[in-house]
Design a protein around this ligand. Structure first.
Ligand SMILES: *Cc1c(COP(=O)(O)O)cnc(C)c1O
Length: 447
């Protein structure tokens, strides 16, 4: 399916972004020309997935669509037990309501924002053990999403086993720039977890893109299929949470899957209370059917290659123009290094947000801030947390835009880059929620 997009004028965009309180989440999508806000639920489903929608079984319990999804999860991911949820954070809610208590510690590699939100909301700590190299955007290494094993081991030794309900391994590491985790790192993390008796949870939203990078970058995997690599990745894992809106190429859906039948049963209560009965948990039958198909299509080499190459294509354009970004290019997005472009904007005025607004004003392109607004306040001191990186994420919806659109994005960024010295002031917060403020924050021009 195709849809028309509207080319607005600069005057229109100036008005709209002001009305949106300088928060790009508040814009009407009709006021966006190329929408790279997120790759979540924004992809195009295939003819086969649309056909599967028609075959959805909407029985309350034990629907055929549930069993189709169950079969796909068993065959492609290797998990016997799962609970459907309406999206990834709902799966996290079901799991963490069951296993996380105040005072707990969950080590991981740059926890995703909703994951961190669910952990901190319960009075627990998300302990970031990502390798230090991830903070150097110009460093070109193949697996920048990895966990620092020494740091993880220190955490596992420091806290008693009953204080660590799980280690959270996120693939790919979104917050660090869509950077992959190597099979070797997954294996070693799993070994450490087993030695300390702590379950390993894989936050799996972009597991297929991670498998693509293992195949193309890790020695010994060149001749393995994506599906074989995926199976091996999950073989090291006890629990997986999944936002199906990413690599399963559906508009809505998610699930949590378990090795342990006992944990699956314990989690059922929160699934029934918050999501729905255990054989649909917040999803329609037709959506579970499309999701089962998406797991299969999303783990096909030809699809993954064209997707990841489109992101790499933008990276090559930015190289040509000398625009810094998190290197190498990630799986689902390019993360532009805002702090190295807008060097005159103070961090207290939100550098990456300022760049996001400049790009919108330039060409109606919507990206998202991965910086101090997203990092939120420290839950204890309530001070702003300033992360090591101020990034502007440009995430690509799956099977949606062509490389012509990418050319426009690159040219617009070049224009902003060319006038970077003239951008000296950013924005100040006028309104925010106590947790996950970035979605609804209101801003005004600084100064
Ligand atoms: C998107 C995402 C989530 C949350 O999933 P939603 O479907 O948006 O609720 C959790 N973890 C990661 C790594 C994600 O990318």
């Amino acid at each position: 399916m195709v849809e028309a997009i509207y080319k607005s004028t600069r005057e229109e965009r100036e008005r709209w972004i002001k009305e949106a309180k300088y928060n790009l989440f508040n814009l009407k999508s009709d006021h966006v020309f190329i929408d790279l806000l997120t790759d979540s639920g924004t992809g195009a489903m295939s003819d086969k997935q649309w056909a599967r929608l028609m075959l959805g079984d909407e029985s309350y319990a034990g629907a055929r669509s549930y069993h189709a999804l169950k079969d796909a999860i068993r065959e492609i991911l290797g998990f016997e037990f799962f609970l459907p949820a309406h999206q990834g954070r709902a799966a996290e809610n079901v799991l963490y309501s069951t296993i996380v208590r105040a005072g707990d510690v969950l080590p991981g590699n740059s926890h995703f924002d909703t994951t961190k939100g669910h952990i901190e909301f319960r009075g627990a700590t998300a302990l970031d053990c990502t390798i230090d190299e991830a903070a150097d955007t110009s460093l070109e290494i193949p697996f920048k999403g990895n966990i620092d094993l020494a740091r993880l081991e220190a955490a596992l030794k420091k806290y008693p086993r009953e204080k660590i309900p799980a280690v959270v391994l996120t693939v790919t590491n979104n917050t660090a720039g869509g950077q992959p985790v190597s099979m070797e790192n997954i294996r070693e993390v799993s070994r450490l977890c087993r030695r300390h008796g702590v379950p390993l949870q894989m936050d799996s939203a972009r597991f297929a893109e991670n498998a693509y990078f293992i195949k193309t970058r890790e020695k010994g995997y060149e001749n393995r299929s994506i599906k074989e690599i995926v199976k091996e990745m999950f073989s090291f894992v006890d629990i997986m949470t999944m936002s199906a809106k990413k690599d399963a190429i559906v508009n809505m859906g998610g699930f949590v899957a378990f090795r342990s039948e006992e944990l699956w049963k314990r989690c059922q209560m929160f699934c029934i209370m918050n999501e729905g009965f255990i054989t649909y948990g917040g999803m329609s039958g037709r959506d579970m059917n499309a999701l089962a198909g998406g797991l299969d299509e999303g783990t096909e080499w030809d699809y993954l290659e064209s997707r990841v190459r489109q992101v790499a294509y933008l990276g090559e354009k930015l190289d040509e123009y000398g625009i810094p970004y998190q290197r190498p290019a990630g799986g689902h997005a390019i993360f532009v290094d805002a702090a190295r472009i807008l060097t005159r904007v103070p961090r207290e005025e939100f550098i990456a947000q300022t760049l996001a607004i400049e790009l919108y004003l330039e060409a109606g392109i919507r990206g998202v801030e991965i910086g101090a607004i997203l990092a939120d306040r420290d839950p204890v001191t309530r001070e702003n947390r300033y992360p090591r990186l101020e990034l502007l994420r440009l995430a690509f919806p799956r099977r949606t835009y062509t490389n012509n659109h990418v050319d426009v994005v690159a040219a617009a960024l070049k224009n902003v880059h060319d006038r970077r010295e003239r951008v000296t002031r950013g924005y100040v917060i006028t309104k925010e929620l106590p947790i996950m403020r970035h979605f609804t924050v209101e801003l005004d021009v600084a100064g």
